[in-house]
Design a binder for this molecule. Sequence first.
Ligand code: TIU
Length: 225
Amino acid sequence: MAKLTFDATPAQFETSLERCAAIFIDMQRDFLEPGGFGESLGNDVSRLRGAIEPCKRLLTGLRRAGAFVIHTREGHRPDLSDAPPAKVHRGAGPKIGDVGPMGRILVRGEPGHDLIEELHPIAGEPVIDKPGKGAFYATELEPMLRNRNIEALLVCGVTTEVCVHTTVREANDRGFRCAVVSDCCASYFPEFHEVALRMVCAQGGIFGWVTQSSQVLDALARAAQ
Ligand code: TIU
């Protein structure tokens, strides 16, 4: 096993290249570009774009090291049969399923639902389509991780306090150890980003660990030697 060890809060994170997976959560046009779901909820989508470059750099290092990379997308079937009415009818602006500049909002197969071009998956990187905020709810993520004997997750994506946090909580309760990569996550609310990260690693790491992409990149380079 190739050891993967890096500094994190509240303590050093130790796993192996073989037993960890990196998960990029919802880096979709619907959240990062104007005219999608994020904006329909009243958000300034430009706030998320700072995470793109760190994610790109980390993805390059992960691929070079041969790490297992998974992407997720939040979205619904075109008939919205998997979209709870309580979710569809929330908010004051356009709704899930309405037509916007990037096609129907948060609907699978529409341009806005796609991952941003900078972070498109390559062959061998599964894409999980999820109807909820957490990546485990109503998806095949858990068996996919168990089948590969994965025990640790490197978590990146948007938004920190919504889909990243929900996924980390779901993962933690299932026995996976999560290291959230702070500069590879972003929120429409900078203060929520900061507090969400603090919540993950408070109380001795109640939900997991928090680190930076530079730490993970150094560790990947060491592990791949
Ligand atoms: N609204 C918001 O901050 N996030 C979401 O609705 N989904 C994700 O975080 N992916």
